[in-house]
Design a protein around this ligand. Sequence first.
Ligand code: AMP
Ligand code: MG
Length: 447
Amino acid sequence: MPPDLLSYEQAASLIAENARAISESRRPSIERIDLAAAPGRILATPLLADDDQPPFPRSTRDGYACRADELSAHVPLPIAGSTRAGQPPASPLPPSSAWEIMTGAPVPSGADCVVMLEHVEESGNTIQLSASRTIAQGDNIVSRGAQSRRGDQILSAGFALGPAQIALAASCGYSTVEVFRRPRVAILTTGDELVPVDATPGPGQIRNSNAPMLAALVARCGADPLILPTAADSPEALDAALAQAATADLLLISGGVSAGTHDLVEPALARRGAQFHFTGVKIQPGKPLVFGQIPQSAESQKQDKKHQGKTSVVPTSAHTDERASASRSNSIPFFGLPGNPISSAATFLLFAAPILAALSGSRETHPRFVLAQLARDTDRKAKPGLTRFLPALCTFNRSANALPQVATIPWHGSGDLTAFAQSNCFLVIPEDAAHLDAGSTVRILLH
Ligand code: AMP
Ligand code: MG
């Protein structure tokens, strides 16, 4: 077991390497779902254009379809016809004439430009280009097939399906789409002090808040959480729990990874043949984070096969399922998350979420750090070598030209759920930085 304590950057690049290896070697199985159920799912089979897009030369303006050289002479052109969106033009554009046209309507053949309504003088049944205006061939027309040609790949596998991708799929007639099966994430909370949410804690006990929090984080990543019974702090309880837990695609263990005498998770993982990638990161909160992989148990391999059998695999990818099981390595990545709730959440977002994204088949696996402006000076005692992630509140403003403002939330350490619930992001304090000035540009991770 390597006693490695990595810097944040070292741990982040090791995670990125592992995420890349997972993306390259494991292909989740595929299921077909209704487009209405697709938000947040990961596209498994590329989308193809069913027709040229646009399927006809489309006017992007209300105005007149013309020939640019005729209109440029600034002489009156008679209006020969009119086309609205949804209508095919009644005829080609006759010589030396104009054709009234609406946004989205097909441009009649023979026309090579559309002039905006506002750029012409109308008189009787004629229009004339305004003296101050010019026009060129192609103006205000999107030619047939400019966006894509019939059969073109318009979206590759690995894209998360959001509103834009769903609109594109709909425009090409996809009422169903093929997506990757959601990874199953086993959540194992450990600790003698934990009682269920609906129990009244006895002296010294606390409610298990990490299980629902981690389940929410997992669900928000588009994966399926599976909450296991809480394990007591004993080698026997942990051994039994880990045997059960090895049925998932990813295993999250909360608690029991610090240096205390009741922190028995690492030895239990070692007894199950775990390979450890790191056993600590120089971050605050979350320093005792453990990352590695354990062999899948025989019974879980059986279960996994059964589960894959249940997955609806579409006919076009008869060999996809085969490939999925062939490339499925028989090990499960795991994270031993420090039990304090804010530590668990921060380490999940920083390190587990990228691995989960890779297991989901997503092409986007890096944490989405964004820039913000620090609202107040932030003083911290410098802690050598520690990168810190402090609960903070990011406030968006109406201006498109200003960065969001961010301020830390006063907290009583990484167990302070009251403070955490007031926050919506983590403020990144770079290694060795003791003071950040108000107004400076800082990095945040929204949660
Ligand atoms: P540990 O990492 O097991 O040493 O736990 C660190 C702190 O987090 C202790 O104060 C625990 O009581 C608390 N903690 C551990 N697990 C949970 C949990 N599932 N829900 C809420 N707090 C927890
Ligand atoms: Mg504990």
